[in-house]
Design a protein around this ligand. Structure first.
Ligand SMILES: [Cu+2]
Length: 471
């Protein structure tokens, strides 16, 4: 759904709002349940500028969107539908997930501190569910823990959650019913509560990005995640997208930028930015005290945590932003690939090739060959490392994107500016002079006595022949 039709929904709903009494939710309001709005396109939707309630600078959900609401006698009403969805993880690769309103993750919920919020949750899954509002201050019975604070929502049923968004900050939502399955299938979403007035610890920013870290285990060629996987996931995603399917975060030079990252995977992710330093200005517990902030270029986001990273985008260019675990910037592949670096198996490969014509060896010179390898992929998957940049293969996958900082971008224009055009003389270049013979310091050579274990062991170091004739 585009901005226009969403806006039509909002105005249309405003007309109905007056007819429904906030105190009689069960009978009257249920009959006039807010129409659920679906979004199935995977691109980053324009921020949803509020046209009812208090004003704020809306967030940008990376490869996602924000849930529209209707005002009903001063209450913001949302309608989430838990349902099976098809999520395009990258062009050419679709996954059968569970999510909300047509997508995994579900839409970002965006409200203002002090707002009374009513969320209708309809369950169209084949099993019961519930929604837990991670980090919120709310009445215990609205906390969404199946069995503990409410009956679970059976298939076909609609439940109502209602509370006041008491604390400004960044939150998440996810089921608290058969969690292992439902979160492995992609059920989660973001929640932002904007401060109602200028807040001493919450800066106003020009660009405010949000996304969740999630992970899936989908065999190449298949569509549905393996839900029993505990740690050995093979797809590391931002909002259920993998690079190069993740949009860039486009900002203007001089913008104040906030990136809110929530982690609903089963391992931690050190989120890393290039070319800038950020401060962690908030967690899901709220804004951090100013005295506790220090500059970082990586911030670990542990399981179940949210981190707000803020920086001034004052360096032009295309800056990588990614998880620093190198296996998390790769896409699906078998896990049983042995390390072949330095192993000369040309002879073995030649013999096998006589029996298996398509046989190829991965990784003899490192894994970079994977980026350009023309191996046939199964029908529904993505290359392990891929993406073409202005200088060749980027050799990345998974949790990787870029922050594009531009001077020439017009105010309010945050469309993708394309690749950065580097000023002359500012790109690393090839040295073409004569390479000197390395000087070796004889005094540091260990004696045989100092390293007895090494006695008689000879290690042969293989170096590529110059000229890359082997390629
Ligand atoms: Cu990671």
């Amino acid at each position: 759904m585009n901005q226009n039709s969403r806006r039509r929904f909002l105005t249309g709903m405003g007309a109905i709002a007056g007819a429904v009494s906030a105190t009689s939710v069960n009978k009257v309001a249920m009959a006039a349940l807010p129409e659920p709005v679906l979004q199935t396109r995977p691109d980053t939707a324009a921020p949803l500028v509020p046209n009812t309630g208090r004003a704020y600078n809306p967030v940008v959900t990376l490869n996602g969107w924000t849930a529209p609401w209707r005002m009903n006698q001063g209450v913001k009403e949302f309608h989430l539908v838990a349902e099976p969805v098809v999520r395009e993880m990258a062009p050419g690769f679709k996954a059968h997930l569970w999510g909300y309103n047509g997508q995994s993750p579900g839409p970002t919920m965006e409200v203002v501190e002090g707002d009374r919020v009513r969320v209708f949750v309809t369950n169209k899954l084949p099993e019961h569910t519930s929604i837990h509002w991670h980090g919120q201050r709310l009445p215990n019975g609205m906390d969404g823990v199946s069995g503990l604070t409410q009956k679970s929502i059976q298939p076909g049923k609609t439940f109502v959650y209602e509370f006041t968004a008491r604390r400004p900050g960044t939150f998440m939502y996810h089921p608290h019913a058969d969690e292992m399955t439902q979160m492995a299938m992609g059920m989660m979403g973001f929640w932002v509560t904007h401060p109602k007035a200028k807040h001493p610890l919450i800066e106003e920013v020009d660009r405010d990005f949000v996304f969740l870290l999630n992970a899936y285990d989908i065999e190449p060629g298949s569509y549905t995640p393996k839900i029993m996987t505990m740690l050995d996931f093979n797809l590391w995603t931002f909002n259920s997208r993998i690079f190069p399917g993740i949009d860039s975060m486009n900002v203007r030079h001089g913008d104040k930028v906030r990136i809110r990252v929530g982690n609903l995977t089963m391992t931690n992710h050190p989120m890393h930015i290039h070319g800038h330093e950020f401060f962690v200005t908030g967690t899901d517990g709220g804004p951090t005290p100013k005295g506790s902030r220090w500059p970082e270029v990586s911030a670990d986001v542990a399981v179940g945590q949210m981190r707000q990273l803020e920086f001034l985008a004052d360096e032009e260019g295309d800056w990588a932003f990614h998880c620093h675990k190198s296996h998390h910037t790769m896409n699906a592949m078998g896990h049983d690939v042995p390390t072949m670096i330095g192993v000369d198996h040309r002879d073995v490969a030649r013999k096998i090739a006589k029996l298996v014509p398509d046989y190829m060896v991965m990784g003899e010179r490192g894994m970079a060959d994977m980026g350009e390898m023309e191996m046939a992929l199964p029908d529904n998957t993505a290359p392990m490392m891929t993406g073409q940049g202005p200088f060749g293969g980027i050799e990345m996958g998974g949790m990787f994107t870029t922050v594009k900082v531009r001077r020439e971008q017009k105010r309010g224009d945050y469309s993708d500016p394309g690749w950065f055009k580097h000023p002359a003389g500012t790109v690393a270049y090839e040295f073409t002079g004569q390479l000197p013979t390395p000087a070796r310091a004889s005094s540091v050579t260990p004696s045989a006595a100092a390293a007895p274990a090494a006695k008689g062991v000879e290690v042969r170091v293989r170096k590529p022949a110059s000229g890359h004739s082997g390629h």
